[in-house]
Design a protein around this ligand. Structure first.
Ligand SMILES: Cc1cc2nc3c(=O)[nH]c(=O)nc-3n(C[C@H](O)[C@H](O)[C@H](O)COP(=O)(O)O)c2cc1C
Length: 178
């Protein structure tokens, strides 16, 4: 059955892969509403996401032609908030209840399941701050898709690579099905 998925995209170098992820969901008949952080706009094209999803791309809470309150409107009928890729920054904001942009505000306002696919340098992923933020979010029922181990964009090696799109897609469909 067609479901509404809010896809949060943050400013990891892996953000370009969000375009293919959108295609997987759309191909399966789902409706994807991309929400970019302001920084993510440097790394992936809002126009490409808008074209592939067939929906408006949201980023700034205060501009655009939307009427009303974007963070409240977006959550209506959503079956899943998926954040892929998720930076250390957005994970920290979610864990601390910081709501200073559309994506972090949306996170606080949704009642649907939340699924996060982290992507970052292995040293960042191993940092106690990030580990504690993830543990805290898990204790609240937020689900995570573990990043893969391998060589990351900067050349370092370790756990931190965004999981592959098929894995993210299957995890999302599994959560929705429940
Ligand atoms: C080219 C580039 C790639 C980056 N990749 C990552 C990344 O993979 N993971 C991460 O946590 N931060 C990454 N950063 C740093 C984030 O962009 C930075 O922490 C930013 O403040 C996060 O903002 P956001 O969470 O609102 O998107 C990268 C920065 C640049 C310039």
């Amino acid at each position: 059955m067609k479901k509404k998925i809010i896809l949060g995209i943050t400013s990891s170098i892996a953000a370009y892969r969000a375009c293919d992820l959108v295609r997987l969901f759309v191909k399966d008949g789902h409706s994807v509403f991309p929400v970019l952080t302001m920084h993510a706009e440097h790394l992936v094209s809002p126009l490409a996401l808008e074209t592939l999803s067939g929906n408006p791309v949201f980023s700034d809470m205060y501009t655009g032609d939307r009427r009303g309150m974007g963070h409240i409107d977006l959550k209506r009928d959503a079956s899943l908030l998926l954040v892929a890729p998720a930076t250390a920054n957005i994970i920290g904001k979610f864990a601390c209840g910081i709501a200073d942009d559309l994506l972090s505000t949306t996170y606080l306002s949704v009642t649907c399941p939340v699924l996060i696919a982290p992507a970052m340098n292995p040293n960042m992923y191993a940092h106690p701050a990030v580990r504690e933020n993830i543990a805290r979010l898990k204790s609240w029922g937020v689900r995570f898709i573990e990043p893969e181990e391998g060589e990351v964009a900067c050349g370092d090696w370790g756990a931190g690579k965004l999981a592959d799109n098929e894995t993210i897609y299957r995890a999302a469909v599994d959560v929705i099905a429940r």
